[in-house]
Design a protein around this ligand. Structure first.
Ligand code: C5P
Length: 233
């Protein structure tokens, strides 16, 4: 059986403010999407790649990825919300996959080891797997400009991608969620159906490029050589 990677890369990137789809924004001379796929390929655990391109962006994406030598690359057009884009990617999957990874193009520096750990956890029997990090900020629930309560951050985790799934439950969760309020991640849809979701350690480098400062950080990481390991928690 093969493992497949679905990469939603169809976001407009409004919060980045560069006037072009985020996945195609330049980072150290190459699009974010290319950085993300290089690291996924280096993991050695990805056999099929489905990239979900911005509307009218399939050809641009294909040519950006031409030099990457990806195994079994498929490019499809995305939808209005992230969830619609992931669903479009799932439809393009072949039948012979036993693991589906869903990975945001915007988490473009995610190290290969995170892909390996997620695939291993799914192959060990988990239906859904997410990489997580502890939350470092204090988190409060608010209503407008009023604090309602302080949430105990020791109970919280920040969730990254790639998230890994057994294909059948993931497809059924997407079908069940169609038409509902858009989910911000895929594991949440499986949780809603009562599936257990396992965690593996995430990585600081798997941060999501969302705002201009994230791009500065990503450039600095690429220019700066080795990154210190996370201290013990
Ligand atoms: O907007 P956000 O940063 O949460 O997007 C996460 C990922 O989902 C990005 O890689 C983005 O390109 C992708 N996305 C998509 N289709 C959309 C919206 C976002 O593929 N309609």
């Amino acid at each position: 059986m093969r493992s497949a990677l679905v990469v939603p890369a169809a976001g407009r990137g409004d919060r980045l403010g560069l006037g072009r789809p985020k996945a195609l924004v330049d980072l150290a001379g190459r699009p974010l999407l290319v950085h993300a796929l290089e690291r996924a390929r280096a993991s050695g655990v990805v056999d099929v790649v489905v990239v979900v391109a911005p509307p009218d962006g399939c050809e641009v994406v294909r040519s950006a990825l031409a030099g990457l030598d990806l195994p079994d690359l498929r490019v499809v057009e995305g939808g209005r919300e992230r969830q619609d884009s992931v669903r479009a990617g799932l439809v393009a999957l072949p039948d012979d996959v036993d693991v589906v990874l869903v990975h945001d193009a915007a988490r473009c520096l995610t190290p290969p080891g995170v892909f390996t750990a997620v695939v291993a956890a799914v192959r060990a029997g988990a239906v859904a797997v997410v990489p997580v990090l502890p939350v470092s900020d204090t988190v409060k629930r608010v209503a407008g400009d009023v604090v309602v309560e302080t949430v105990d951050r020791r109970e919280l985790a920040a969730v990254q991608t790639p998230q890994g799934f057994a294909p059948g439950p993931l497809l059924r969760a997407h079908e069940a969620a169609a038409g509902a309020a858009p989910a911000t991640d895929d594991a949440g849809m499986l949780e809603a159906l009562g599936h257990p979701v396992r965690t593996v350690p995430g990585d600081d480098l798997a941060f999501k490029v969302t705002r201009p400062l994230d791009l500065v950080l990503a450039e600095a990481v690429l220019a700066g050589g080795p990154v210190p390991a996370r201290a013990a928690r």
